[in-house]
Design a protein around this ligand. Sequence first.
Ligand code: ZN
Length: 459
Amino acid sequence: MPSSSNTQHTIPMDEMSHFYYYKPYPAGRNFPFRIIFSNGTTLQAEAQHHQTDETGDHLYNITAEKPPLHLCLPRESAHQLILSTDNPDIEPNNEQLEASQQVVDLIDEAITARASDIHMRPMQQYVEVRYRIDGVLEPNKKLSLHHYPAIVSRIKILGNMDIAEQRHPQGGAHHFSYQGRKVDLRISSMPVLEGESIVIRILDPQSGLRALSDIGFLSRDEACFREMLQQKSGLILVTGPTGSGKSTTLYAAMRELRQRDVNIISLEDPVEYQLDRIRQIEINEAAGSTFANNLRHVLRHDPDVILIGEIRDHETARIALQSAYTGHLVLSTLHTGDAPSAIPRLLDMGVEPYTLKDTLLGVLSQRLIRKSCTQCHGASELVSHCNHCNQSGYHGRIPLYELMQVSSEMMSHVHDGITAEEVRQLAVTEGMVPMTQYGAALLEQQATTQQELKIDEPE
Ligand SMILES: [Zn+2]
């Protein structure tokens, strides 16, 4: 731990219950700081850059009404905040430092395990920590209730949340540095009977931002989807339940589209990954910022391509279709269980059949299923020794999907009151491979299991 020769007094650690800093803290520059004392008083302060030591770590002094305290903020990892002092009478708050390290280790381990979420749930005897891996929530470890409050505080500090607030749900975000790259964390805390429940969503660009060719579509479908993306105007829909990989597909599509010289504007709820060269707008319906009212502004911003996070009401559906009809390429999602249902769903939302006929290019319906482990193939005699899949028999996920390409011939049969089944028959006549048939093919290739095909039945 680097020390610094400073003769000024130091705030005793035991007087201080919490500290937290404001993000982003630019290394080597001053930043605002807040200290909360165990008696409940809060001190607004400023961390002033003091020096950079031989290892590149920055030392800061914190000045407030009270005398300064030394702080060492390592150059790259904002999550490792180490308090140091050269006053031998002052002991660092070990519990807090331990909690800090425990949180970092936990997040690190979750990212390594390819988890998309970390769940921490206080129970009567202990705190259960679970990781969601390949869509499945699995128990990972138990923490003692005794250390949990310090861990929750540490997580809230990371998320720039109010650590004193324990009675109301809160949300926060943090850029975590993992093996030299940035992984975004979305943190949510919620009071439950036994204490505070924490869920950390891990937005790892390495798994969430993929190329279209890395998602797992058959090459003929990938080519067909790409052809739709090359159109100057029209509507492309991706459908499926929550967690079916719709946004991964749409992000892949946007990354493909931005290679062209076009103006792309996206409306997302929330923005999961930031993409260069795309104007991304975050929708916040609770604050009155809806897809529909943002869309009106977006159209004045001369877009070529518009991504609408989700069509869930008449007004959004109407503007989306109108935009596609007037020369924009529109990408969006709908909450339907299969591709053909998208057409009756939009008509139910009050969309004019003629705008739909002239604009809809295609519908991709997907969900994600777990891929059989390529090492043990889930064989009962091998799976219990297989480290590749953590003894689960599965590793990674692939899309189970159907891609409905829309032709003018097909659309000439679309009318108000058409059923999903009638659309399905037309689509199959034109070559759509239904999801069930594709699933059977995956099963035959032993790419997945019967059990995976059963989950997520279409609504
Ligand atoms: Zn395995």
